[in-house]
Ligand binder design. Structure first.
Ligand code: FE2
Ligand code: FE2
Length: 376
């Protein structure tokens, strides 16, 4: 089978300390439906929660391992700096800012990054999140047919010394946003931004291993000494949505990411079919990359490998999908267990904290976030 470029992300998996709090934040406040409530297949005492669009489409899925009691994770080489979710309009973005701030979440922005406008905040465990507008897009400052072919210096007014931070912080939606409107609807994973010590090696890997292409070479708009490069599924005319992986470069840094709560565990790209996944696996082995066997995750099949800087990657199949054990209209309602755990269902359920579906108004458990946020 001739390999194509991956169409983009399948899911991102993060680490949470308390599943009910994670549910309140992602479903209650961000409005992302829980599409699957299950346990870690290697540890029935811990939830594995999946959020996404209403049907759990690839590219929309955020999953969480609940690992209570482990130490918080940290940024560094081989890890993810932040996850960005897409929204259609700048007004929708401002409505998110207002809704999040009214719920006690600290928000920075909106920043005009050129390619999109962005706000930043953290989830209750400290995972840095961004909401970014889908437009104007990467053709903002170079032709769509030659994205990523030259180094682009950001406009000075986008950099910290050129911005009016007071005006930015004062910009929000004029009235409270108790309900999530159509204008605010989240279009899945807009981009994922990681940290590498070697952009050249990382880029060559993503290009060869997954067929991603460089679509932007620029600087971090929050720190002009840091390079910031973007890759995506790009055919020379169009950039696929839900496919942008961006990397900040910390050259020669020995400051590695620390796994833990508030950090990303791994990111998954997608294969359209099981045959395509096997072709990716053969291709990776030919590259000399160590790859896991195909693992059956019930809702998709997975292979795992690592980028040169140590980031754990996965390729997951689009099917069979989240409706294999629940009706499309009632995803995420009941605890789902793999067959070999079913005989222990009563004991497993008794050991898990109840997960109540929160109201649309957010949740009083949410703590304000005090940590500084940077990075575009
Ligand atoms: Fe995964
Ligand atoms: Fe970003």
């Amino acid at each position: 089978m001739e390999l194509k470029t991956t169409k983009g992300f399948h899911h991102i998996t993060m680490v949470a300390s308390h599943a009910p709090t994670t549910l309140a934040f992602y479903q209650g406040l961000l409005g992302l439906p829980l599409v699957k409530k299950t346990v870690n297949f290697d540890d029935a005492g811990a939830y594995h929660l999946y959020f996404g669009d209403t049907v759990g489409s690839p590219g929309s899925i955020l999953t969480f391992f609940e690992w209570p009691g482990i130490r918080p994770g940290g940024f560094g080489v081989g890890g993810i700096h932040h996850l960005a979710l897409g929204v259609k309009t700048p007004e929708g973005l401002l409505m998110w800012k207002r809704r999040l701030m009214d719920a006690g979440t600290r928000v920075s922005g909106p920043f005009d990054r050129g390619y999109f406008r962005s706000i930043y905040f953290r989830d209750p465990d400290g995972q840095v999140l961004e909401i970014a507008t889908n437009g104007p897009g990467y053709a903002f400052d170079e032709p769509v047919t030659s994205l990523g072919t030259r180094m682009i210096q950001p406009d000075s007014f986008r950099m910290p010394e050129g911005r009016d931070e007071g005006e930015i912080q004062g910009t929000t939606h004029e009235s409270p946003v108790p309900r999530i409107t159509d204008e605010m609807s989240i279009d899945g994973i807009h981009h994922i931004s990681g940290i590498t010590d070697d952009l050249g090696a990382a880029g060559a890997f993503y290009e060869e291993a997954l067929g991603l292409r460089l679509v932007k070479q620029t600087l971090n708009q929050d720190d002009g000494t840091t390079k910031h490069f973007f890759w995506a599924s790009y055919d020379g005319e169009k950039v696929e949505p839900n496919s942008s992986l961006t990397l900040f470069e910390w050259p020669g840094s020995t400051h590695r990411t620390r796994p833990g709560t508030g950090q990303t565990h791994h990111i998954a790209f997608r294969a359209e079919t099981e045959d395509e996944q096997l072709s990716w696996r053969d291709h990776l082995l030919e590259m000399g990359v160590q790859v896991s066997p195909v693992m059956d995750r019930k809702y998709f099949k997975s292979i795992y490998f690592q980028a040169p800087d140590g980031l754990t990657l996965e390729i997951a199949t689009t099917g069979p999908g989240f409706h294999v054990d629940e009706e499309p209209g009632s995803l995420g309602r009941k605890l789902q267990l793999p067959e070999w755990m079913e005989r222990d269902r009563d004991r497993i359920e008794a050991g898990l904290a109840p997960l109540d579906i929160p109201s649309d108004k957010g949740n009083s458990r949410l703590e304000p976030v005090e940590n500084a946020i940077d990075g575009d």
